[in-house]
Design a protein around this ligand. Structure first.
Ligand code: NAP
Length: 474
């Protein structure tokens, strides 16, 4: 009998099934389109004996020993409801449905409650790392009943990426907690990618560097505090030459980037929770603007192209050093925002999200994996989950050391018309956060003027119910 079942042999499902089989599990598999199951089995090689192909969901359930865990790795949305509903019809109490797709956590909360009422456990498990991660070790963010997780934890720990021998898999909290954490992971991923893109824009358009030159700079940065998967692949991407044209391949790739929704969800959830996640929001907006190629071309004609070139008198070496610092400063702000969104969600939904553990399971396997996350996990281990990352070491010190680089790069880029939506948002957030006397006195006065919302005075306790606006200027 199989140890576990898996539904959906697409890119992620097929690789997860092979990963599970490789770790010694017998895996029953099912795919809606049977031809895909046949092709999967034909390419399973030495792992084929540990894979049990089935032709229907009842067949799949029958092939698994009790209690049955079944992973769903199908397109997020109605497909999960359809497959889970059929599965539940052939499952018994104690069996577990495990949705490993990129579900919206609100759906996971609903599904968990619905299936619990039927006696079936439902785990919502975020999986990050793409195709390669799924095959050789993803980061795994689970949500659901601890007893249900305990029954499958060993399997997930075995297939997860390892950092210093520790599996990058954890139960993050009840019901939708795992899918929420995955959503925020993707929001931070958007922010990281956008900020790297903005720095690339300065190098390419401001400094006139070639892709191979930039590849070397990113490779060098990958040996310092920015060391991460995204910096590593940026260097690799910039170094690739197109066979057809002999040009760097980035120079012939259309400048529009797709999105599937998780980045947008993270910005929406941040807004819903009232937590400013301005860097993530800017990154999501920039991704949307990237897709409006025709409009951008037309508006460059209408308004004229920005100068973009940095002054040649500026010292390139110093600018490159500042760029590295700007990226590090922006990254600290973006992560502080993402973790603040998780802290607020934890409070709102009663999840007790272990932020230090979340940083730990993001250290390997996932797209934002980096040494930086090791520092975050250590910082949370000493400070507790309530702290703002910007307020704890080593991040406070790093921000003190790098915010001027961020300012210099943003200022120079904006003067030359190089777009900086994410890095400038990070700087604005930093500046607002350390402004003891903001301009919200005027905002609150305006609110009271037109809406009688009242205000507090600096020089006396209590709320003034309405200001002296009717008196006019004195
Ligand atoms: P994919 O390659 O497009 O495969 C989709 C799978 O879902 C196929 O097996 C497909 O079956 C099945 N499916 C779709 N609609 C169905 C329905 N109504 N009923 C039954 N089965 C249905 O997708 P993927 O990239 O593996 O992604 C799967 C999930 O993982 C998604 O939620 C995705 O967001 C998430 N994810 C993807 C990545 C990534 O890098 N690709 C990373 C993390 C998470 P058929 O063969 O019959 O069409």
């Amino acid at each position: 009998m199989a140890d576990i079942g898996l539904v959906g042999l697409g890119v992620m499902g097929a690789n997860l099934a092979l990963n599970m089989a490789e770790k010694g599990n017998t895996v029953a598999v099912f795919n809606r389109t049977a031809a895909k199951t046949d092709a999967f089995m034909a390419h399973a090689g030495p792992l084929a004996p540990r894979l049990v192909p089935t032709k229907s969901l009842p067949d799949l359930a029958a092939a698994i020993s009790d209690p049955k865990p079944v992973v769903l790795m199908v397109t997020a949305g109605p497909a999960v409801d359809q497959e889970a509903e059929v599965l539940a019809g052939v499952m018994k109490p104690g069996d577990i449905i495990i949705d490993c797709g990129n579900a919206n956590f609100h759906d996971t909360r609903r599904r968990e409650a619905e299936f619990k009422a039927k006696g079936i456990d439902f785990l919502g498990v975020g999986v990050s790392g793409g195709e390669e991660g799924a095959r050789h070790g993803p980061s795994i963010m689970a949500g659901g009943d601890p007893k249900a997780w305990a029954r499958v934890e060993k399997i997930f720990n075995a297939i997860a990426a390892k950092f210093d021998g520790e599996p990058c898999a954890a139960l993050c909290g009840p019901d939708g907690a795992g899918h929420f954490v995955k959503t925020i992971h993707n929001g931070i991923e958007y922010a990281d990618m956008q900020m790297i893109g903005e720095v690339y824009g300065v190098m390419r358009d401001g400094l006139g560097l070639t892709a191979p030159q930039m590849a070397e700079i990113f490779a060098h940065w990958n040996e310092g505090p920015l060391k991460s998967y995204l910096i590593e692949i940026t260097s690799k991407v910039l170094g690739v030459i197109d066979e057809k044209t002999g040009k760097p391949i980035v120079d012939i790739i259309l400048d529009t980037a797709g999105q599937k929704g998780t980045g947008r969800w993270s910005a929406m959830e941040a807004q819903d929770l009232g937590v400013p996640a301005t860097v993530i929001e800017a990154a999501v907006a920039a991704r949307a603007l990237s897709s409006q190629k025709a409009e951008r071309v037309a508006q460059e004609k209408l308004f004229g192209a920005a100068p973009r070139k940095f002054d040649t008198s500026l010292n390139h070496e110093a600018i490159l050093k500042a760029l590295e610092g700007a990226l590090l400063g922006g990254k600290i702000v973006a992560y502080a925002q993402g973790f603040a969104v998780m802290a607020k969600a934890s409070e709102t939904y009663g999840w007790s999200l272990p932020l230090g553990t979340i940083a730990k399971i993001w250290r390997a396997g996932c797209i934002i994996r980096s040494v930086f996350l090791d520092d975050i996990s250590k910082a949370y281990a000493t400070s507790g989950s309530a702290a703002n990352l910007m307020d704890i070491e080593p991040f406070t010190g790093l921000l003190k050391a790098n915010n001027e680089s961020l300012r210099l790069i943003v200022a120079e880029a904006l003067l030359k018309g190089i777009p900086m939506p994410a890095l400038s948002s990070a700087l604005a957030y930093f500046d607002l956060s350390r402004t003891a006397r903001s301009t919200a006195d005027l905002t609150q006065a305006q609110r009271d003027f037109f809406g009688a919302h009242g205000f507090e005075r600096l020089d006396a306790p209590g709320v003034v119910s309405h200001g002296p606006w009717a008196m006019g200027p004195g």
